[in-house]
Design a protein around this ligand. Sequence first.
Ligand code: AMP
Length: 249
Amino acid sequence: MKVLVAVKRVVDFNVKVRVKADQSGIDLANVKMALNPFCEIAVEEAVRLKEQGIATEVVVVSVGPVAAQEQLRTALALGADRAILIESNDELSSLPVAKLLKAVVDHEQPQLVILGKQAIDSDNNQTGQMLAALTGFAQGTFASNVEIAGDQVIVAREIDSGMQTVALKLPAIVTTDLRLNEPRYASLPNIMKAKKKPLETLTPEALGVSTVSTNQTVKVQAPATRSAGIKVKSVAELVEKLKNEAKVI
Ligand code: AMP
């Protein structure tokens, strides 16, 4: 069974981002970039399926600039077999990304496609769902457990009211939630080995996919800064302030 994993290059989750002065987006100059954490979980799950002898090949794909090769190499160091970069310097919205991934699915014919539930930069939480719609594959989103059973994948999903288990006929699409697994660290020998694994570069044009966006970012603003708190001397003073100043009780 071939497993395709979509991975995105994003700002490292430890970085405190700055909004550009013209509010057109986030300032990415000299900012540390990383593999999106939910994509790391997706790679880990695919590699575990390979280690269990269920997956025969794990292919990772990313849509992004040449620099996204770094994140693909990280995924290869974590255990993926081969990588595909669809090179684009544009800031693409979810639909063009999903269309590009669909072109790769058509070509690679994976039985299982694993994506993160969301990219931590845009928080779209759309790409897996759009890819499912475009391919017509079944989808199991927010997965916290994944098991292959014959021609089905059984996905436990984290939903507001608890846990829902769904059985999806393969080929299927799964998006990962935080509790699915704890990704491993890449060892130095595996980082060295990853440098020699195949990494193919494609373009949207070569895949025949238009990346024209239907969305336009109007502006990006930093969250309002919180005003400093105060210390109260007694519970009575706290209650008085909550009642008369904050007017919340
Ligand atoms: P989003 O819908 O943007 O929140 O992203 C959800 C998931 O879709 C990510 O965790 C990735 O698995 C995949 N994805 C989104 N954008 C890209 C991209 N540019 N390249 C590869 N995969 C992506």
